[in-house]
Design a binder for this molecule. Structure first.
Ligand code: FCB
Length: 431
């Protein structure tokens, strides 16, 4: 959804994000839409040439479910193109673009429909995909779709959030079962957004608040994925007692890490702040019995323009925590990167190089501490449609020109290559 464009091509249906952009254009920076994205649907061969030229050995991309069976012809060619270039295809099966006809994730038949789509994908791509991720960041889908209401379906209701989250987890387990039944060759997992929770106070109540926050932000979906049940105390508190019929194990855990969360005790309703504009924070309130409060970092750490704290240590802490909590479970950093206000033309991005270098060092320390980290994937290959931020918040190794959509390798792209290969700049001209 973020890169492809061609949202009407080859029978693609609308997703809840297409509807949201049409119905609430003013909620998105500069009224941007996923059209044209990066026009990747048509320029994919050039993009795969870039991937090879920049020395990547893996490429994570998401299937657009609203493209249906015909869309799989496109992904079939894409996967072949990756294999021909010696790049491992890593597939995310759901990245927030629920087909509109299914309504929302509260609808239990959405999980069954997802499982059917997974079977189709497995049949078409199962012989070549190296890693499958069922869902991208279910916690973020729920937090923004049903708690803050900032993303579609723009609901603000905690009990509906838990209901929709449960259907997402059903979809995850059903999807894994379908991949296994199809006998796909790749490893099976999920990409979860995880934030180490840092305690901002010194009292016992603050420490307890931090544990609650960890339970809801991280463990809720972690435990549903790994153990097929929700964390007991947290589930009891919110009256959730659902379980899963046929929970499936994962072969690896995808970790998306951007920043930690600071938490303290408070008797008030929990406030959640999100800066979606690079200007000011949206403040959303929800009640979790006044158990915890998200607060600003008490430390004078550096932040991005979107108030995302830059904390590489958080990545080491997180990976070691996963290693301790789920011993033996292979880990993969499936997203990490920095969003900057760039123009899509300039190649100078020293801040990104510093960010990635510090985070790679954190991965190194986690490996030294025994965490079984199998890979590191940067967000993102190219600047793209960054949800509410439209095209103003850029994450790419490749700059994408706002009008011509021409790709230009940023300094970070060559630097990233040099980390893994000597003499990164090729003699040949760029594609
Ligand atoms: C993550 C999303 C991804 C991208 C990055 C910046 O939450 O998975 O699509 O927008 O944030």
């Amino acid at each position: 959804m973020q890169i492809e464009g061609s949202t009407r091509a080859d029978g693609r249906e609308n997703s809840i994000w297409d509807d949201f952009c049409q119905n609430y254009p003013d909620r998105i920076h500069a009224r941007a839409t996923p059209e044209p994205g990066c026009d990747h649907y048509r320029r994919w061969q050039e993009d795969l040439d870039w991937i090879k030229l920049l020395g990547h050995n893996a490429y994570r991309f998401s299937l657009s479910w609203p493209r249906g069976a015909r869309g799989l012809d496109f992904y079939d060619r894409l996967v072949d193109g990756l294999c021909a270039r010696g790049v491992a295809p890593m597939v995310t099966l759901y990245h927030w673009d629920l087909p509109s006809r299914l309504g929302s994730w509260e609808n239990p038949s959405a999980a069954e429909a997802f499982a059917d789509f997974v079977s189709l994908a497995a049949e078409r791509l199962g012989d070549r995909v190296s890693h499958w991720m069922t869902l991208n960041e279910p916690a973020w889908s729920i937090m923004n779709g049903y708690v803050t209401g900032l993303h579609p379906p723009a609901i603000q209701d905690l009990s509906r959030a838990f209901a929709a989250g449960h259907q997402l987890m059903r979809a995850h387990h059903l999807g894994l079962a379908r991949l296994r039944a199809a006998g796909v060759r790749g490893k099976l997992g999920i990409a979860l957004n995880l934030s180490p929770v840092r305690c901002a106070g010194t009292g016992a109540k603050d420490r307890r608040a931090a544990r609650w926050a960890d339970d809801y932000l991280n463990r809720w979906f972690l435990e549903a994925v790994v153990y097929g049940r929700y964390p007991r105390r947290a589930a009891r508190l919110v009256g959730v007692n659902e379980c899963f019929e046929n929970p499936q194990p994962i072969d690896f855990l995808g970790v998306n890490y951007y920043y930690p969360k600071w938490v303290a005790h408070s008797k008030q309703a929990t406030r959640f702040h999100l800066n979606t504009s690079g200007q000011e924070q949206e403040k959303c309130q929800f009640s979790l019995q006044g158990r915890m409060q998200f607060v600003d970092s008490p430390e004078r750490t550096e932040k991005t323009e979107w108030d995302w704290e830059i904390d590489p240590q958080g990545l080491e802490d997180l990976l070691l925590d996963m290693h301790r909590s789920y011993p033996g479970l292979p880990l993969m950093v499936t997203e990490n990167g920095i969003g900057l206000r760039e123009d899509g033309c300039s190649a100078r991005d020293p801040q990104r190089i510093a960010f990635v270098e510090a985070h790679l060092r954190a991965v190194r320390r986690a490996l030294d501490g025994g965490a079984p980290v199998r890979g590191y994937l940067m967000w993102s290959l190219m600047d793209n449609f960054s949800w509410l931020n439209g095209y103003q918040k850029r994450y790419g190794l490749l700059a994408v020109h706002p009008e011509t959509l021409e790709r230009t390798a940023k300094d970070s792209a060559w630097w990233f290559k040099s980390v893994f290969q000597p003499n990164p700049r090729p003699e040949i001209s760029e594609p």
